[in-house]
Design a protein around this ligand. Structure first.
Ligand SMILES: *[C@@H]1O[C@H](CO)[C@@H](O)[C@H](O)[C@H]1NC(C)=O
Ligand SMILES: *[C@@H]1O[C@H](CO)[C@@H](O)[C@H](O)[C@H]1NC(C)=O
Ligand SMILES: *[C@@H]1O[C@H](CO)[C@@H](O)[C@H](O)[C@H]1NC(C)=O
Length: 613
């Protein structure tokens, strides 16, 4: 089945407008969404110093020029990797005399002799990168069990108040253990001077090590602990060293909850963990729209700005959640889904943290596109405004409903075959397919070519290598309403079509004809989303997302886009446009843009309109 969906942008559901921040603070933290690499998706907790530095080197060579500057060690870097140790085991962590976590010397050999992450941070800095670590809430159960004293960083000795020395048991709140790591960590009481002294002793040490970024876990979303976030933010603000402050995860986060913390941090997750399934990608559309609508993107943060975070990008080589194994499998998202993820993350101005292991060239290329996108300034999310859709089907060629196709011999190549009958609304532009140029590469092709003499292959307009096909799976009878779709082009009767003088388009396999069925014009529109943004040079970006399980033709009138984003100064009579992922140049738009978008895929147009130049 093939849906055709038109957006009417007269009223937009969600938007945010961004781009007029005065450039006052030269050293503003997180002036753009932070970008980098995080070890979790590919190594879970098991990464070693050697593996980490190897990844950092690759990031520095391939992605640093595109703004990916942070490399972050994710959780449990202090846990000894020995039999019995796992993500919620108790008693395998390396702590110092003050109950603070220090790197496992087995996995992080340079930490021996009390050096912590100093040498790792030095090496990361020498690569031109910044160094980040993951930390948990509060204090470890292991420190509480050992009842370690609390360090007073102002004296360098044990924290004393009311004539006594305070210890871990005084400050740990056992009833407030981290819900998803109950054996590992619990909150500390920030009302106590000793509780605050303990937290201060942690973050002072991170700064001494040369840390530039902390990802603070189990304090936000379902595990919200505003007291600890507020105090940690206060400590970070006072440090000489700039440290970006990130919160994780963000299960059940709403804009209202985020408003309590955005000024204290630089980024905060707004979803649970994202892994490489379509359901995970799809679940980010609504929440992203909500945060854009609430105008929460790029607003005030700790010593700079704050960014709603859609989580790491699980592309390339991966592990599994909670695993004791390093990278051992490839990403389960297909190419379209990966593009959709990067396009949405970038359109929403989410931080971009690559989570996969290298080498994965396609992932790297995709991430560079994300870099191009992230600089865009004002943007709007336009969704749910679908009023009409059309469905491509197959029917008997004698059926009058099959009549309506014609060939458009335009000056520009390639030639189009367009459907012009029975359009449900005057707003719709014709649905067009492109004739494929024949490409002969071998003798075999020539034989095939003769077999299909006079027949056409018809391209989906966005991807040069996808052809309209009738389903080959079942024997087709003329009474059945069959579904058409797109698949990689090949010499196959299912992909061969003949245009007759009477306006019918016949499939060579079944002898059935394609019809565009207006009777099914009303379909649920939830499956298609769109965003619009303006760029730095006056160009306009329009992203279409197809969440439907079928290929969908998505269209928008340029006059409607102009109404949706008046600042873009779109002149509907003179817009040239290009699709970013395919690199295809469409020339001058004739009042609307329209494209067949693959299931779970995206199309991202850049429009350049004369009046804006
Ligand atoms: C259109 O022409 C084809 C080929 O001649 C024929 O098979 C078909 O029945 C015609 N359909 C209509 C609706 O006239
Ligand atoms: C542009 O679209 C209009 C309305 O759909 C049509 O009348 C006109 O012929 C088209 N022009 C070109 C050059 O395709
Ligand atoms: C739009 O572009 C056309 C063709 O370049 C030009 O004639 C027209 O004046 C422009 N309209 C506006 C409002 O800039």
């Amino acid at each position: 089945m093939n849906l055709q969906v038109f957006f009417f942008f007269s009223s937009s559901i969600c938007f945010f407008f961004h781009g007029f921040f005065p450039r006052v603070l030269a050293e503003e933290h997180a002036s753009l969404p932070p970008r980098g690499w995080n070890s979790y998706d590919s190594f879970c907790w098991t990464i070693s110093e050697e593996e980490f530095l190897k990844s950092a080197e690759i990031i520095s060579k391939q992605l640093l020029p595109h703004g990916y500057e942070y490399v972050v060690v994710d959780y449990l870097w202090y846990r000894r990797k020995v039999p019995g140790a796992y993500t919620d085991s108790l008693g395998f962590d390396v702590i110092d005399e003050w109950g603070r976590m220090i790197p496992d010397p087995g996995r992080w050999p340079s930490s021996k002799g009390g050096k912590g992450f100093t040498e790792v941070a030095n090496k990361v800095h020498s690569l031109g990168l910044k160094f980040g670590i993951h930390v948990m809430r509060g204090i470890s159960t292991q420190a509480v069990n050992a009842n370690t004293p609390v360090l007073d960083t102002t004296t360098g000795g044990a924290y004393e108040e009311s004539g006594r020395k305070w210890t871990a048991k005084d400050i740990g709140i056992k009833e407030r253990a981290c819900a998803w790591m109950t054996h590992g960590f619990m909150s500390v009481d920030t009302k106590l001077g000793a509780g605050r002294a303990f937290l201060r002793s942690l973050y002072k040490q991170y700064a001494e090590w040369g840390v530039d970024f902390v990802k603070h876990d189990c304090v936000f979303g379902d595990d919200l602990d505003v007291n600890e976030i507020s105090y940690v933010s206060e400590v970070l603000k006072e440090l000489d060293r700039p440290i970006l402050y990130s919160l994780s995860p963000g299960t059940s986060v709403t804009p209202a909850m985020a408003k309590a913390v955005n000024g204290l941090v630089n980024m905060y997750r707004i979803t649970g963990d994202d892994w490489d399934t379509w359901a995970d990608v799809a679940s980010h559309f609504d929440v992203t729209r909500d945060f854009a609508t609430a105008n929460m993107v790029g607003v005030e943060g700790l010593l700079g700005r704050s960014w709603p975070d859609l989580d790491m990008l699980p592309l390339g080589l991966l592990t599994d959640p909670g695993s004791n194994e390093g990278p051992h499998r490839t990403c389960n998202l297909n190419l379209y889904e990966q593009r959709t993820q990067i396009t949405l993350w970038s359109m929403a101005k989410s931080p971009l943290m690559f989570g996969g292991d290298f080498p994965h060239i396609t992932s790297t290329k995709n991430l560079k596109k994300g870099d191009e996108i992230i600089y865009w300034q004002s943007r709007k999310c336009l969704t749910d405004r679908t009023s009409e859709a059309q469905v491509l089907g197959l029917t008997s060629c004698a059926d009058m409903k099959a009549v309506g196709w014609s060939s458009e011999a335009l000056e520009q190549d390639p030639e189009q075959i367009c459907w012009k009958q029975n359009l449900g609304s005057k707003h719709q532009t014709p649905f067009c397919l492109y004739k494929r140029e024949s490409l002969l590469t071998s003798d075999e092709d020539i034989t095939d070519k003769q077999q299909y003499q006079g027949k056409l292959q018809l391209l989906a307009t966005d991807q040069p290598d996808f052809c309209l096909h009738a389903s080959p799976k079942r024997k087709v009878t003329s009474k059945e309403h069959r579904r058409g779709s797109f698949s990689p082009c090949r010499w196959d009767a299912n992909q061969m079509w003949e245009l007759h003088r009477n306006g019918t388009l016949t499939n060579s396999y079944s002898g059935l004809c394609v019809t565009v069925n207006s009777a099914e014009a009303k379909v649920n529109s939830g499956g298609v989303r769109s965003w619009i943004a303006t760029g730095r040079k006056g160009e306009v970006y329009v992203a279409f997302f197809n969440l439907n399980p079928v290929t969908t033709v998505i269209s928008a009138k340029i006059s409607d886009l102009a109404k949706a984003l008046p600042s873009a100064n779109l002149n509907e009579s003179s817009c040239k446009y290009r699709e970013v992922w395919s690199g295809k140049d469409y020339g001058v738009a004739n009042q609307s843009i329209s494209i067949a978008v693959e299931t779970h895929g995206t199309a991202l147009f850049v429009l350049n309109c004369a009046s804006a130049l």
